[in-house]
Design a protein around this ligand. Structure first.
Ligand code: ZN
Length: 487
């Protein structure tokens, strides 16, 4: 009898399979890009063999919320992500997508689109298809599934962003949404919180999103308000989902501002209640600070503000705004004026809210990392290991199986990523091999760029992309599309 043979054979694994069920011991045999066998494979051989005794094999993590649209092209090793065990990213969030941009992007680039590229040269894809084709021709280390951003569509079709779109402009946006979905976008994102979309009424979003239902797309939103009006914003989100007839994803759910601390009890109860009548998903990052573009009003509500990048004065990246103002001998407001365009990290959340939201059964993990910041929020490099280590192992917020589920099986199900996010025979061989006793973030606010601890080997479509602390240089990532959901 011929000996069983695999391309890659992982022996003595403890498998946490992404379904929130108890771990079990087995070997994993991989052929080509799929998991071929799970079981006792003592007599088998592999071209490459890994002895995983004492460590965990989990499905590769899916980052439910990223701004990696450009990073996949400009930094295809995707080290901030694969070093955490992430094998798939959901991009194009918060209304901000790199494509389509059928006309020249304004100079300077309209914030927050400058989070992706403050020079504008990367906003070169006139159609969504040409962008996805570029990702297919020169793949990244990770897979991706992409959203088309409503703010990008506004910038592409409107000259005065301070107004609601006209019927003609909405028609144009809808055509661009249609083109994006046909090309393989999984849905539409909005960033109604941000200046270029604040003037968009709910009806504009509902109208622009009409093609979603036919294509089985999804609606993701950085809501209009995550502070005093958070309940109104939830209601607006649910209404858009109902009227368009599609699932909604509440991005990076949080409650900000000291007067709102504790209100996650209220928001989560409301979310739970609406889950009974329509499809509602949510994601969260495991930190009490957020990060986005620098502005006076955001800094005013923040207990501490760290500048993450500045185009005009890059030497201040990584420093506290208060210290910068002191060095300049000016008010914080004046310092902000000198630093712009710039990004910042804002401490505006309460730890109890973060934990309550993380722990909520339906919450997925998304980093919201900003890969082009000079001094990024540590969530870019640390999110997933922090959930497993700090919140899982150290604080005991949830068992390992649940933590993994929130970053794999649940996410694949919500985004319709077929044969991803689970370890089972026939699924794609996206795997993260890690030491559950060691895993944790190494990145911090002071030293934000650092690969995590305990993530040993990361495999995408059967190919090792990260091993023992470094990228392998392999780029086997694919553009994933949303599987049609059973009605
Ligand atoms: Zn956002």
């Amino acid at each position: 009898m011929q000996q069983e043979h695999y391309d890659l054979l992982i022996r003595h694994a403890t498998i946490v399979d992404g379904t929130n069920t108890p771990r079990f011991a087995a070997d994993i045999g991989i052929r080509d890009d799929r998991i071929a066998r799970i079981g006792k494979l003592a007599g088998a051989r592999g071209d490459v063999e890994i002895d995983l005794a004492g460590r965990i094999a989990a499905p590769g993590f899916i980052d439910a919320h990223t701004h990696d649209d450009r990073a996949m092209l400009s930094d295809p090793d995707m080290a901030p992500k694969v070093s955490q065990g992430v094998t798939t990213v959901i991009g194009g969030n918060c209304g901000v997508s790199l494509a389509p941009m059928p006309r020249p992007i304004p100079d300077p680039v309209t914030p927050p689109l400058n989070l992706l590229d403050d020079d504008g040269g990367w906003f070169r894809f006139k159609t969504f298809k040409s962008y996805l084709d570029a990702l297919r021709e020169k793949p990244a280390a990770t897979n991706c599934a992409m959203l088309v951003g409503h703010t990008t569509l506004r910038v592409a079709t409107m000259d005065d962003l301070g107004k609601p779109a006209t019927p003609l402009q909405i028609t144009r946006m809808r055509e661009l949404v249609e083109e994006a979905l046909e090309a393989g976008a999984i849905g539409v994102s909005t960033g109604l919180f941000y200046e270029p979309a604040i003037a968009a009424p709910t009806e504009e979003v509902i109208e622009a999103c009409q093609p979603l239902k036919k294509h089985g797309g999804i609606y993701c939103t950085h809501m209009r308000n995550e502070g005093d009006q958070v309940m109104d914003s939830l209601e607006e989100t649910f209404r858009i989902g109902r009227e368009v007839g599609v699932p909604v994803v509440i991005s990076h759910h949080k409650v900000v501002g000291a007067n709102n601390h504790g209100r996650s009890e209220e928001t989560l109860a409301f979310i739970k209640q609406n889950m009974g009548r329509q499809s509602v998903c949510l994601d969260c990052y495991p930190y009490t600070a957020g990060s986005t573009i620098l502005s006076v009003d955001r800094a005013q509500g923040s207990a501490r503000t760290i500048v993450s990048w500045s185009k005009t004065l890059p030497q201040y990246a990584g420093q506290d705004l208060a210290d910068i103002a002191k060095q300049m001998g000016v008010s914080e407001e004046e310092a902000i004026g000198r630093l712009l365009p710039a990004g910042a990290i804002y401490f505006r959340m309460d730890e109890k809210d973060v934990q309550r939201i993380l722990k909520f059964d339906e919450t997925m993990i998304g980093s919201d990392g900003l890969p082009h910041d000079a001094a990024p929020h540590p969530r870019l490099w640390g999110t997933f290991p922090r959930v497993l280590g700090h919140y899982g192992r150290l604080l005991g917020l949830f068992p390992l199986e649940t933590a993994v589920y929130k970053m794999t099986g649940l996410t694949a199900q919500n985004f319709g990523l077929k044969d991803r996010g689970v370890i089972r025979e026939g699924a794609y061989a996206d795997l993260t091999l890690f030491d559950a006793d060691q895993v944790d973030e190494a990145a911090s606010y002071d030293h934000p760029i650092a690969p995590s601890r305990g993530i040993e080997t990361v495999i995408v479509n059967g190919v090792v992309v990260w091993n023992l602390g470094r990228s392998t240089g392999a780029h086997p990532g694919r553009v994933l599309t949303r599987a049609k959901q059973a009605a």
